[in-house]
Structure formats: C-alpha cells, structure tokens
Ligand binder design. Sequence first.
Ligand code: ACO
Length: 333
Amino acid sequence: MTRVAVLDGIGSCLPPRLVTNDELAARLDTSDAWIRSRTGIRQRYVVTDGTGTSDLAVGAGSRALKSSGDPHADTVVVATTTPDRPCPATAPAVAARLGLGHAAAYDVAAVCTGFLYALATASGLIALGVSARALVIGAETFSRILNPDDRSTSVIFGDGAGAVVLRAGSPDEPGALGPFELRSDGEGRDLITVPAGGPPPADPAAGPGAADYYFTMQGKKVFRLAVQRMGECARAVLDRAGRRPGDVDRLVSHQANQRIIERLADEIGIPYERTVSNIARVGNTAAASIPLALDHAHTERVLRPGDRVLLTAFGGGLTWGASMLTWPAIDPV
Ligand code: ACO
C-alpha cells in the first residue's frame, strides 16, 4: 500500500506583546486607516526580552505534539527566515528542548513558502520510510529584521509560530497530504531580500552598512506575482488531484495581504467566503503564516473534519508552492 504523510496534530504560539496600528502610527508616517485598507491588518504580535524563533517554535511544537496525543517525533523540520543564528540550524535546539532525543532535525529556508517546502520534505521522508512521525514547524521573529523606520515593511510583519505533526498513513484517509507543487524563480531574488549576512567582507570598509541587515521588499511588484504564481500552482495541484475549484471547501493561502487573498480566490475560481484569514489579528508571519492560519481556523471550528483544504504560499526567493488535504478530526488543545 502507498505510504503517505497524514496530519495528526496542530498547535501554535504567539508572543504576548501586541502592537496595534495606532501604536505604529504614533512613530511612523502611516495611519490605521491606510494599514487596514491596503493590507487588512489591524494588529500583530512581536517578541520582547530576547525571545527567539526557537522559543516560539518550541511553544507551537509542544502544543502540536500534545494535540496529537503522542509526545514522540523522529524528525523535526523548522521553516524560518529568522533563525536564532546563521549556524547551526534552529531545529536541533528545538528538538532537544522538546525532549525528542536524537531526532533528525534541520531548517528549511524558503521565506514565506518555507512551511510548504518543509511539509513536502517531511512528507517525502515519511513516504520513503526514513521517518515515522515528523514535527513540522513554521516559526519567525521578523520584528528582529525590520527597519523600525521603514513604514512599508514595519506595518506588515508580525512574529509567531505554527506547527503540525505528521504520521505515516494511507492516501485515502483524512489528513493525507498531497499532491505537492514546489517552484522557484531566482531571477526575482532581489525583490524580497536581506542583503547582508553572508561571510565577512575582505575589506570591512567596503562591507555592508547597518541598513543592509534589514529586510526589504518591493511590495507592488511582489503583489502581482504573488496572485499569479499562487494561482498557477494551486490550479496545478487541483488538476493533479482530479479536483475542480468548486470542490475546495477552504482556501488557506499565505497571509500576506487581505487584498491578495481576495484576488487569489477570484483567480482560482473559489468563492471568497471559502477563504481562511487571520491576517487582521497577526499580520504577515512569513513561514509561520499557513500553520498559524490553520490552527486558528481549527480552534475556531472554521475548519471542520472532512473539509477539503487547498494550501498555497508565495515568498522570497522567489518561491511558491501548493498542496491539499482533507481536514482530519483533531481535538483542539
Ligand atoms: N502608510 C502610509 N503610506 C504608505 C505606507 C504606510 N505604511 N507604505 C507605503 N505607503 C505609501 C507609498 O509610499 C506610496 O506612496 P506614493 O504613492 O506617494 O509613492 C503609496 O503608499 C502606495 O504604495 P505601494 O507600495 O504602491 O502600496 P500598495 O498598495 O502596493 O501596498 C503593500 C503595499 C502592502 C506592501 C503591498 O504592495 C503588498 O502587500 N505587497 C505584496 C506582499 C507579498 O505578497 N509579499 C510576499 C510574501 S512576503 C515574504 O516573502 C517575506
């Protein structure tokens, strides 16, 4: 029988510090009205006191394991753009703190598409028999790489983490993941970037300046591409699954902008009422965005067992991807 990855648990973690649009408008040339109307975001959460990506990842991971009813996993994958350090990866520390012994542990860097890339690689390990239970986490502390004076990025991103547990199962059971589509276009690598952070320059005087360590995004160009690319690969996944847009009960796309979610639904041919959105509450949390949206929708019973769910994301790289599953019965933690 074909062996595939099946979703078996879910959890998330947000840092306690809430930042409203009005708080940002008090120090930047922006307004609550602009942020809400252009992005749909009303607030976001940010880390304080040295909290790192691994701390949020441990919080989300432990809740996901608890919801699955089994504290074990032999593989931990952390999708992140904001690792605690450039070296080593964040996942081994997360696995150790979760008491997962010598579990295989690695990070995936695909910016906002990172969670889907991580989900696909973990699913591959399960299909191969390398892994029996994998913990897949999307975790970010974008607030650490935002230029506090840049209104075009500061208002958009928030911190957080979401996680799922995957187990081995069969393709016809609820929670079975697939098919997957993963794509990239490095020609667009400068559209979403943190320019500095590589090896130290030979001539420190010619090296990167302080501003080069901040995240930058050419939002207008990215907006159009995000709708187009997510639409293409979401349709490819539907075709490979032998499904039509009308078969989708819930579209859970990367939470980059409420206007992107609306246009994407239109582009694929899915009624807007079937989209899932938590961007008003948490902003764009990059690799954490899809698992956070899934966990919030699950907890609020927007997602119901048996719902056919289409996932798609787009981010820096450029990278994009899509997948599908039928939502399984999982007890909220
Ligand atoms: N407050 C007030 N005005 C602002 C702000 C702000 N926070 N930010 C920009 N503006 C101004 C601009 O300066 C510009 O002014 P001008 O017309 O005088 O030049 C005007 O608003 C319009 O700016 P745009 O950049 O064209 O604004 P837009 O409507 O495109 O919204 C946004 C910007 C929200 C970034 C949007 O382009 C977007 O969501 N892009 C896609 C993001 C995305 O999909 N990212 C991919 C994943 S993220 C990742 O991978 C990490």
